[in-house]
Ligand binder design. Structure first.
Ligand code: GLN
Length: 469
């Protein structure tokens, strides 16, 4: 397997032709069409980009992501293309601008080839909530690939593209990465500009990256990270590359989360996780088990805060501004018809829930309490992590489940994110790496989580783990 850095070097040295790479990727994407991972194939613009890139390289320029083939989740806008967040309500909406993350990829010489399928407005954990049909697991076709960044995980896991962008509100990059056996990272809140990311829950949303190995996602993050005046929450902190920090087990202590409710975690996931801890001990590294009790509140807290923010963010889709409009007698009826048709079942459920928890009579009982839980989670995390560099924890309590298995049981679907939500709530970075397989050969993932803006040590440890595993 070539790393992206090796591909980039070969393209910059004119040993690899970017146009050949585009054609190869198009052929691969065509072969995996039955998985329904792609919403829009941008073949013509990708070919054009490759030709321009080749010319510029021939004239002596070099690029940090030269010729890297990228797929982008359909909720991250690309200029001139249809952008739907897999919702019928945005059908026919063409963005007049590029998201900042997309702009940075293009400037770095990357080639954007596809927009990927996803759970509508990034709400879901299985890829089954798309308004345009579900996405299938790359190797087990009757299973889900995870979500909400379902398509972005599948196109990388099948090797059709080099890397992909997804988005995270509560685990939507790490959970599908774990289900599909690849690497997925959610950076610190504020690391990557959210400009051009279609908002779900703004205080939790962050763009993330899928790749085949830690080195690949780290390289891409080094290009995407940084201050952007178009996003008031982006933060001006230099991105430190993982090889510029040192990792010594004496200085950089590793903590492992004590899994509170062991029965709720699939046995093979637990064993794989314990096996990693054992391997670390065998390598002479002590891992201390820590408990962060409030992590148990994550799902309850998340489904109050995320739905509250979503109900406000999604109010803009009224048929008057973007995409679909179903014209009826009067404004009220037009809204009703447009939203009734345009939003899927899960999105409607979230809007209703969010409106409820924000309503005058219930605000204190739900929203304010959830905010307190978020604060508590953050305080406990920082308190425990004073003495540690990274925290290890499983990515998802189960491996991939079957299509249809959880779709009528939202609570059990929501529980998929119990281990990923804390990083979003705290604003901390976390990366999921593959650590094994279950009896059905379905992949198992584990997270390496660090304190906000300490991606360098997080990647360093994750990369090291990748090599010893
Ligand atoms: N699965 C979670 C949800 O349904 C998280 C989604 C996400 O991270 N975008 O909300």
């Amino acid at each position: 397997m070539k790393t992206i850095q090796e591909i980039v070097d070969a393209v910059n040295r004119q040993q690899l032709d970017p146009l050949d790479r585009v054609e190869e990727a198009i052929a691969k994407l065509t072969r995996i069409e039955p998985l329904n991972a792609v919403r829009f194939l941008l073949a013509d613009s990708a070919r054009q980009t490759a030709i321009t890139l080749r010319d510029r390289i021939q004239k002596g320029e070099t690029f940090p992501l030269a010729g890297v083939i990228v797929a982008v989740k359909d909720n991250i806008v690309t200029k001139g293309d249809e952008n739907t967040a897999a919702s019928k309500i945005l059908q026919g909406y063409h963005s007049p601008f590029d998201a900042t993350a997309v702009e940075r990829l293009r400037a770095a010489g990357a080639i954007i080839l596809a927009k990927t399928n996803m759970d509508e407005f990034a709400m879901g954990s299985s890829g089954e909530n798309s308004g345009y049909g579900l996405t299938r697991h790359p190797t087990h076709w009757n299973y889900v690939p995870g979500g909400s960044s379902s398509g972005s995980a599948v196109v990388v896991a099948t090797g059709a593209v080099d890397i992909s962008l997804g988005s995270e509100t509560g685990g939507s990059v790490r959970q599908p990465a774990s289900f599909c056996g690849i690497v997925g990272v959610k950076p610190s809140y504020g690391r990557i500009s959210r400009y051009g990311l279609i908002a779900f829950a703004s205080s939790l949303d962050q763009i993330g990256v899928f790749g085949k190995c830690v080195q690949d996602v780290e390289l891409v993050l080094s290009v995407l990270g940084g201050m952007d005046e178009k996003d008031a929450t982006s933060i001006n902190k230099p991105f430190i590359r993982m090889h510029d920090v040192s990792f010594s087990p004496d200085k950089n202590k590793i903590a492992a989360l004590d899994i509170p409710n062991k029965d709720a975690v699939q046995k093979e996931v637990r064993l794989a996780f314990e096996n990693v801890l054992q391997k670390l001990q065998n390598n002479g590294i002590t891992v201390e088990t820590v408990s962060i009790p409030s992590f148990d509140l994550s799902v309850a807290m998340y489904y109050i805060l995320a739905t509250a923010e979503a109900s406000a963010n999604l109010a803009r889709y009224d048929g008057g501004r973007y995409g679909t409009r179903i014209e009826k007698e009067g404004l009220r009826e037009t809204y009703r018809a447009t939203r009734g048709y345009g939003f899927g079942k899960e999105v409607k459920r979230r809007i209703l829930m969010g409106t409820f928890v924000l309503s005058a009579g219930y605000y204190d009982a739900y929203y304010r309490k959830a905010m307190k839980a978020r604060r508590k989670m953050s305080n406990e995390f920082f308190d425990v992590m004073k003495n540690f560099s990274v925290l290890l924890l499983p990515t998802s309590p189960t491996t991939a489940f079957q299509i249809g298995e959880k779709i009528n049981d939202p609570i059990s679907m929501y529980l998929s994110d119990i281990f990923t939500i804390p990083a979003n709530a705290i604003g901390a970075p976390s990366v999921s790496i593959p650590i094994g397989k279950d009896e059905n050969h379905l992949p198992i993932g584990m997270q390496v989580m660090a304190k906000p803006f300490e991606e360098a040590i997080m990647f360093r440890v994750a990369h090291w783990l990748e090599t010893i595993l």
